[in-house]
Write a protein that binds this ligand. Structure first.
Ligand code: NAD
Length: 516
């Protein structure tokens, strides 16, 4: 048994299987799916993938479970999520180790990902007692007008490889306290972490009498399985995290059946560094945001917009840090940059660099052999790359696209208005930041005329959001919001109640309709 399967077994997964309803596991009815580790390309598991037929069975079970779960008082549903949080706390390091083996994240970041799951559990437990409605003044005498929130149904969650477990938890923990059932289609690149998470959660669900096991379902397969979820009329809400093309496909399929979609898609995030910025803090934030998770976060910093008066100094400091970045096995203490997810990601990085050069880009921090590939001191079989900086003109077409790799484009600016316009001049709108010591500039950046992104930060980087705020972005990022704030409303249906406690029947707007 390899390390991944040994860890998964400790988390309660007897053998990898593609389909689960609560603690009942079954083989998928599709073709074999092989999982390898991005660390060294070692095989981790092979199992039969799920198909659309498997989706049918899991959704049917989820719908039945929902019919019971919706009647369980919300604070009792919160108790389930409290226990899930406790379970995750107990197994945090094992689950994180599995994320590292399967997604290639460094151990620190994998533990952070599991911590996010724990944090959203805590948040959702509190939320379970705060599913507040509204009391509204009625225009009619002896009438009460109110708004309340009811459970929505079974919801589908499609997740991406780069946050193989946390994104599911952001959705599922809120959905569960809201009285929904959840069917999860994780990335086919990271199925073991999903299976192990499901196995842990299913143990908690089956141990609680009030919870029907079918409230948590799992189907593992490729895009066709995601498409089957998107089409399913028993899933009133589909939450989908991934690339913009995936979001276009899922969004239009769900729209065609007039369902609801919560879309969390690609980013093309920028940071402005103003002359008054604390450069030391800026360098730390830039490096964490640009090279963390090897440039494979939706919030990864991709465009740095630096004032011309400090650009040379900032670039010199960044190049020094980039040249010393520890790249290697993500399990090793001290390594900050692990592998890319697969060979295609390495090729996408090389293609983007070649295109950037054609468009006038000047590549910095590339190392001696003019290739981002790193072959020495890293495990054989993985795709290890050196994060790079590319100085480029603002009109280069490559700036409009998200390449899921550690490439940081640098642009220079003279006036803040120009910098904000550059920052907003891309199709995506997820995360943004400004480093400045000037309160006017900071407020301008956060004002309606400032950043057009879902996230706008001051004196911190673009990545590493807390779960307390609503997370998501505008434009091609999809407009969805997950996690904190009032995001819970997405997982419920709103009902307006007008109650007449008098003996007359006055009509709204003063309309008279006398039948006697
Ligand atoms: P991807 O789009 O290739 O896959 C994401 C998920 O969608 C997978 O489960 C996949 O099987 C499924 N899928 C793909 N095509 C589908 C289709 N036509 N119908 C239904 N399901 C389909 O993305 P990825 O490579 O796993 O992840 C990287 C992308 O995700 C990047 O663009 C990144 O910015 C984005 N992302 C966004 C957020 C966010 O919150 N905004 C978070 C993480 C990742």
């Amino acid at each position: 048994m390899n390390d991944a399967l040994a860890i998964a077994a400790r988390l309660g997964l007897a053998a990898p299987q593609a389909v689960a309803v609560g603690d009942r596991w079954s083989a998928g009815s599709g073709a074999p799916l092989s999982v390898t580790s991005p660390i060294d390309n070692a095989p981790l598991a092979e199992f039969a993938a799920a198909t659309a037929a498997d989706v049918e069975a899991v959704v049917a079970a989820a719908h039945e479970a929902f019919l019971q779960w919706r009647a369980v008082p919300a604070p009792v549903r919160g108790e389930l999520v409290r226990r899930i949080g406790e379970k995750l706390r107990e197994h945090k390091n094992d689950l994180a180790a599995l994320v590292t083996l399967e997604a290639g994240k460094i151990t620190q970041e994998s533990r952070g990902e599991v911590q996010e799951m724990i944090d959203i559990c805590d948040f959702a437990v509190g939320q379970s007692r705060q599913l507040y409605g509204l009391s509204i003044a009625s225009e009619r005498p002896e009438h009460r007008l109110a708004e309340q929130w009811h459970p929505l149904g079974a919801i589908g969650v499609i997740s991406a490889f780069n946050f193989p477990v946390a994104v599911w938890a952001w959705n599922a923990m809120l959905a569960l306290v809201c009285g929904d059932a959840v069917v999860w289609k994780p990335s086919e690149k990271t199925p073991l972490a999903a299976m192990a998470t499901h196995a842990l959660v299913a143990q908690v669900v089956v141990a609680m009498d009030e919870a029907p096991p079918g409230i948590v379902g799992l189907v593992i397969g490729d895009a066709k399985v995601g498409d089957a979820l998107a089409r399913h009329r028993r899933l009133p809400l589909i939450s989908a995290t991934g690339s913009v093309p995936m979001g276009r496909a899922v969004g239009s399929t769900v729209a065609a059946r007039l369902g609801r979609a919560l879309l969390e898609l690609g980013g093309n995030n920028a940071m402005i560094v103003a002359p008054s910025a604390d450069l030391e803090a800026a360098v730390r934030a830039i490096v964490f945001s640009a090279v963390g998770t090897c440039g494979q976060r939706c919030t990864t910093l991709r465009r740095l917009i630096v004032h011309e008066s400090i650009a040379d100094e900032l670039l010199a400091r960044l190049v020094r840090v980039y040249e010393g970045l520890p790249i290697g096995d993500p399990r090793d203490e001290g390594v900050l940059v692990g592998p890319l997810i697969d060979a295609a990601a390495g090729e996408a990085m090389e293609t983007a660099l070649a295109t950037a050069k054609e468009q006038g880009g000047r590549v910095l921090a590339l190392g001696k052999d003019a290739s981002p590939r790193v072959a020495e001191t890293v495990p054989a079989g993985g795709v290890y790359v050196r994060p790079v900086i590319v100085e480029i003109e603002p009109d280069a077409a490559i700036l409009q696209q998200e390449t899921f790799a550690p490439i940081l484009y640098v642009l220079r600016y003279a006036e803040l208005d120009e910098a904000i316009a550059l920052q907003n001049d891309v199709p995506q709108g997820l995360s943004s930041a400004i480093f400045t010591g000037d309160v006017r500039e900071a407020e301008r950046f956060c004002a309606p005329t400032g950043s057009d992104c879902g996230i706008a930060n001051v004196n911190i980087g673009t990545s590493g959001a807390e779960i307390g705020g609503a997370f998501g972005g505008e434009k091609e990022t999809g407009g969805g919001r997950e996690s904190g704030s009032d995001t819970w409303r997405t997982y419920m249906r709103r009902q307006t109640n007008t109650i007449n406690y008098g003996r007359d029947l006055p009509l709204a707007q003063g309309i008279r309709f006398d039948i006697y």
